[in-house]
Design a protein around this ligand. Structure first.
Ligand SMILES: Nc1ncnc2c1ncn2[C@@H]1O[C@H](COP(=O)(O)OP(=O)(O)OP(=O)(O)O)[C@@H](O)[C@H]1O
Ligand SMILES: [Mg+2]
Length: 257
């Protein structure tokens, strides 16, 4: 099969999103996304970089169908995104920056990992077994299953978030600053883990980060956002060898200083 005949896992076609902020005379419109187009193929990671407020998180929420675009189209596996959240549940997932906020402090690790499974299935010894196997594959022993979030380190919690995102074998995962809050050594472990699991499960990913080194390590392609627009989109080797847009070069200087 030629590369061009592969159906992208996700595809954005000329997507724009505006938010209004303020009241009365101070009311103004923020264009969070302007004419954004890209696609991510199965097994591939697109790194999305850009300064704070450039529209990265908005892009992530649009791809996940949590934010509807004002114009443009979003496709998942070749079809328009289904309106119902439930029908998408488990097929797309997200790992966010702060696992302590994403995980219910009262739930055990096992229950947190099981939660996405229970949207479509009942809790049974078989589903519990699947969650335990997932915990093991993110490097957490079965003895962690009964623990609660406050008993875990930041890195361990992020492993739980990754297990939770992967347990339903999604086709697509958004990582929004997923390693940013972690120590550098733990970051490397989580990045390796994401790579290994991607090789095993073949999910497509959008990896949003301020960290150009992490993006380089994990992404196959890189897109640069500025004020809601994608100003550069290139294969990772090409981008890091010679970023072509002046803004990308500026970003390199800012983010690596
Ligand atoms: N729900 C909202 N209501 C109003 N404005 C919003 C909303 N969400 C985002 N914005 C605005 O849209 C723009 C893009 O925000 P977004 O969160 O996507 O940026 P970002 O690139 O993820 O930034 P950061 O790196 O700080 O996470 C910003 O100007 C932001 O203030
Ligand atoms: Mg953001």
């Amino acid at each position: 099969m030629s590369a061009s005949s592969v159906i992208p896992t996700v595809e954005l076609d000329d997507v724009s999103v505006a938010f209004s902020s303020g009241f009365g005379a101070g009311k103004r419109e923020v264009r969070a996304m302007s004419g954004v187009s890209f696609s991510v193929a199965p097994g591939e990671t697109l790194g999305l970089v850009g300064e704070s407020g450039s529209g990265k998180t908005t892009t992530g929420t649009v791809v996940l169908g949590l934010q509807h675009p004002d114009s443009g189209a979003v496709r998942f596996q070749g079809a328009p995104l289904a309106r119902s959240l439930r029908s998408r549940a488990g097929r797309m997932q997200a790992v966010l920056q702060h696992p302590r906020w994403a995980l219910d402090p009262r739930s055990t690790v096992l229950s947190s990992v099981l939660e996405p499974v229970l949207v479509h299935e009942r809790r049974t010894p078989a589903t519990e077994e699947r969650a335990l196997a997932m915990l093991e594959s993110v490097g957490l022993p079965a003895s962690f299953a009964a623990r609660r979030p406050h008993q875990l380190s930041g890195g361990q919690l992020q492993r739980v978030s990754v297990a939770r995102a992967l347990v339903t074998h999604p086709a697509f995962i958004v990582f929004d600053e997923a390693v940013s809050a972690l120590d550098v050594s733990v970051q490397a472990q989580i990045l390796n883990l994401i790579q290994d699991l991607q090789a095993e499960h073949g999910f497509a990913a959008l990896f949003i980060s301020h960290d150009l080194a992490a993006v380089r390590y994990i992404s196959h392609h890189v897109a640069v956002m500025r004020a809601g627009e994608i100003v550069e989109h290139a294969p990772t080797e090409v981008f890091y060898d010679l970023p072509s847009h002046p803004y990308s070069r500026q970003l390199f200087q800012e983010l690596s200083s």
